[in-house]
Design a protein around this ligand. Structure first.
Ligand code: HEC
Length: 224
């Protein structure tokens, strides 16, 4: 009799222990710090980190995906060499020109003007002076790319805002504006397929991701 009584007590105990489990709520946690990490602000200062800052610098020598070194120095010699040697690796297609136009409007038109005559809004309001009209200078595709990369005197560098591909698209558009200012006939569009011919070495000049892949990879190949 006694053992039956004991058993039923045990049974009631067991039942009350499991009957109230609510699986929709988190269970008890012992030492929750082991589960819930302390949240740090991305740019906050904390002694716990080596340089006192939560955000870490990239490991030394690391490069963004798709990044390619640019071999021409920020000097008169580098400028002259780029001007003479560099050619646009992108085909002159309607798409590339349209993309170049859009980027030009975002980054360049405030100074250089929509038509490239050097009369952008900042010049009109006399905030910025000495902006040349594209037809007044002997520029080439190479020099146009070079000044976007390194800047030139009062003009800043656009290397951190634009990707390799974007700078070449802008270059196409700048050259087309220049031709228009000079009154030359419009350049004919090329076929996308022409990039596959050996005359344009897309393999070496530009990473695959930038020309054909597109998408998320593109974003990362900025410089600096
Ligand atoms: C803040 C104003 C400003 C903006 C924005 C700007 N530029 Fe310039 N740009 C200048 C000035 C000033 C010069 C003249 C620099 C010099 O020769 O000292 C110049 C010169 C140039 C030249 C002629 C360089 C040469 O070889 O003589 C080109 C090409 C050019 N810019 C392209 C661009 C492109 C492409 C963009 C957009 C990505 C851009 N600029 C954005 C101010 C600007």
């Amino acid at each position: 009799m006694k053992s039956l009584f004991n058993k039923s007590i045990l049974f009631v105990f067991g039942l009350s222990a499991v009957s109230c489990v609510d699986n929709s709520k988190p269970n008890y946690q012992y030492m929750p710090n082991m589960y819930e990490t302390v949240s740090y602000e991305p740019y906050g200062e904390y002694d716990i980190f080596e340089n006192g800052q939560e955000a870490k610098l990239p490991a030394e020598g690391s490069v963004p995906r798709g990044w390619k070194p640019y071999d021409y120095e920020d000097s008169n010699e580098g400028y002259a060499a780029a001007k003479a040697e560099l050619e646009n690796p992108l085909p002159y297609t309607e798409d590339n020109l349209a993309a170049g136009r859009q980027l030009y409007t975002i980054y360049c038109a405030v100074c250089h003007g929509d038509s490239g005559d050097g009369q952008g809004i900042l010049v009109e309001r006399e905030k910025f002076l000495g902006v040349p009209s594209y037809d007044s200078r002997d520029i080439t595709e190479g020099s146009t790319y070079h000044v976007q990369y390194h800047g030139l005197n009062a003009m800043g560098s656009y290397a951190s805002q634009t990707s390799i591909e974007e700078r070449w698209q802008i270059t196409h558009y700048v050259m087309s504006l220049r031709e228009e200012l000079l009154g030359n006939p419009e350049r004919e569009f090329e076929d996308e397929m022409e990039t596959l011919t050996p005359s344009v070495d897309t393999e070496n000049d530009i990473t695959e991701g930038t020309v054909s892949g597109g998408g998320s990879e593109q974003e990362n190949q900025n410089e600096e």
